[in-house]
Design a protein around this ligand. Structure first.
Ligand code: GLC
Length: 612
């Protein structure tokens, strides 16, 4: 009898215990210790902290979280406090003066102090386009742009590069990059071709998710973890004619098979934010597409982070500003990169909610998503710059990783008579071309300034300097931009291609070599010196007309600050392993040309690349 009573008692005890455990895991919004609100206590589950904080917020405090302002648009830093701003960004090239890591960190900390001076002390999150290194910051390591990273075919290396970038970004306090761009560029006339990893969904899937893991680390909130932001959802690289911000005219099956896999992989890897594309799908602006933003991305794919607009992206929607805000937020956008008219945005959004044109439930969902990420990032516990990473900016260790990326991104397209690798003991090498000794040109757009620029714009090694660093003391290295003076040299290394551009400024109707480059090549060719061509460009270019004059051809893409990686391949310290992430068109008439097309006949196919 006694044993039965005991057993019954034990069962009763277990049941009570189970109920009590279930009770606490049901995120009940009660708190024994009133001195510290639940949302400020990291011991509580994130969702409980979100519930608690959301329940305390006024409408204005909620709306403020959904507004992202550009740093230069702030009348003064107290605007952050006055308007409860949830996020600040630096647009391309928007930097403090002086442009030093310490000045960036000081600026970030001042902005954060203003945010923590609000009633609920909700920290800001600061976004920047760290898309090939912390590229706004002078002296930061500049990695190859994504088109080259796609040619490495090496997710581990891409993850390493993103991790190094995350450390440099963290060293300036900033905690969010608007990257990786996982566009699948299908028409190389598009000025953003170089921002994608390549023309196939596989590259967006495998390389894009590696970058997400690198930026965010094993988990948000870990050491030097920064929030990643895959972009631009959806179909930015598929517009007709490659027109930037244009119209992607494909059926849903094609849209999903080409442009969605990168996002599916990134969501599986826990990406915390996604940026919406300026472009349209079959005539509807993505910024107003409820089906893709809410039904597909948040519903079908279960994305639990937040969606941010592109720069004034909602302004492109039809109608006035109020209808832009109404349409975009009701479609599923959670944070709006305003970025300048944030006062008007906030007051208009408040009116729209008060007029029931945007339900409070949508506001609460948006703010919940934003707060969830801020809690996961540990911003409430560690809101200020971790200055232990500031010294990593431009460090030798990071430059070595970037140099390895350069090595592995180069694609050897031609190597007649095995002219490569070059000996380090030649009598004379003549170097020519506008991109041989120009750090800005080898970095490309999104470097120090939005569009990038030619010249000695930051710290790094040009290809000419790398060659000079590598050859033996007995080798003479001569140089001319126009190719004159090559006669008598053992070999000429001619480095031509594109000058920097970003976004629509890079849209082209033809991808021919410039007349300056053709002239330099002709001058060298007339000298009778064998030519090694190095193409520094954001995409394949039309080289068919001059193909025969080269003994060897290397596609170097936009290698960034570590030109030494190019010399490593030139002189055989690294045997090229890069494989084309884009089909190389033989003529403009072939574009768009992508692997799998019927009648596929490029000059060099997708996946092509020689080695020594
Ligand atoms: C730009 C780009 C986007 C970038 C954003 C902030 O217009 O489309 O890729 O992240 O604005 O600079």
């Amino acid at each position: 009898m006694r044993s039965k009573l005991t057993a019954a008692f034990i069962l009763l005890l277990m049941a009570l215990l189970a109920i009590s455990c279930k009770k606490t895991t049901k995120y009940t919004v009660t708190n024994d210790d009133d001195s510290q609100p639940i949302y400020q206590n990291p011991a509580y589950p994130v969702e409980e902290r979100v519930d608690d904080l959301l329940s305390r917020m006024t409408l204005d405090e909620k709306i403020g979280q959904m507004a992202q302002a550009e740093r230069n648009a702030l009348g003064n830093e107290n605007d952050i406090k006055t308007y409860f701003l949830g996020s600040i960004l630096s647009g391309g090239g928007s930097a403090p003066s002086p442009n030093t890591p310490a000045a960036w960190a000081d600026m970030y900390d001042r902005f954060q102090s203003a945010a923590l001076n609000t009633r609920l002390k909700i920290p800001i999150i600061y976004g920047i386009d760290a898309v090939h290194g912390h590229n706004n910051v002078y002296g930061a390591t500049i990695f190859p742009h994504n088109i080259g990273m796609g040619c490495t075919g090496n997710p581990d290396l891409v993850e390493q590069a993103a991790r190094a970038t995350a450390e440099e970004v963290s060293g300036t306090g900033i905690d969010w990059t608007f990257g990786p761009c996982i566009a699948v560029p299908r028409d190389e006339r598009w000025g953003r071709t170089y921002e994608g990893f390549g023309e196939t969904p596989e590259l967006a899937e495998q390389i894009g998710s590696a970058a997400v893991r690198g930026f965010q680390g094993n988990a948000l909130g870990g050491p030097a973890s920064i929030l990643a932001c895959t972009k631009h959802f959806l179909g930015d690289g598929g517009t007709t004619g490659g027109h930037d911000q244009g119209n992607t005219e494909v059926d849903e099956q094609t849209l999903r098979s080409i442009h969605l896999p990168g996002y599916i992989a990134a969501i599986q890897d826990g990406v915390g934010s996604i940026m919406v594309s300026f472009s349209s799908w079959n005539g509807q602006k993505m910024h107003g597409n409820h089906y893709l933003l809410t039904d597909v991305l948040k519903g079908e794919l279960g994305f639990e982070g937040f969606l941010i607009s592109d720069w004034s992206g909602i302004d492109q929607l039809p109608g006035d500003y109020a209808s832009d805000i109404e349409a975009s937020i009701n479609a599923g956008l959670d944070m709006i990169m305003v970025p300048t008219r944030f006062i008007e945005f906030i007051s208009t959004l408040r009116n729209l909610v008060n007029q029931n044109r945007i339900p409070v439930s949508r506001i609460d969902d948006a703010v919940r998503r934003i707060l969830r990420i801020k809690f996961k990032m540990g911003l409430f516990e560690n809101p200020y710059t971790d200055r232990s990473y500031t010294g990593s900016i431009g460090s030798a260790e990071h430059r070595q990783i970037a140099r390895e990326c350069v090595r592995q991104s180069l694609v050897l397209l031609k190597n007649d008579n095995q002219i490569l690798p070059l000996s380090k003991n030649l009598a004379r090498i003549h170097v020519a071309g506008k991109n041989a000794n120009d750090l800005g040109n080898q970095c490309g757009g999104w470097t120090i300034s939005w569009q990038g620029s030619s010249g000695n714009i930051t710290v790094g090694t040009t290809i000419l300097q790398a060659i000079q660093n590598t050859v033996s003391s007995g080798t003479q290295v001569t140089y001319s931009i126009d190719g004159n003076g090559a006669a008598g040299a053992d070999v000429a290394v001619v480095v031509v291609g594109e000058t920097p551009y970003a976004e629509g400024a890079g849209d082209r109707s033809n991808l021919n070599l410039s007349s300056e480059d053709v002239t330099a090549l002709a001058n060298v060719n007339n000298s009778g010196t064998p030519i090694v061509l190095i193409l520094v460009s954001g995409r394949p270019m039309i080289i068919t007309p001059v193909l025969g004059i080269f003994e060897a051809i290397i596609a170097a893409w936009l290698p960034g600050s570590e030109g030494q990686g190019v010399a490593d391949v030139l002189f055989g310290d690294y045997s090229p392993t890069g494989k084309l992430s884009h089909s190389w068109p033989a003529a403009m008439s072939q574009i768009p040309i992508n692997v799998g097309d019927p009648g596929y006949n490029p000059l060099f196919p997708y996946g092509y690349g020689l080695s020594y």
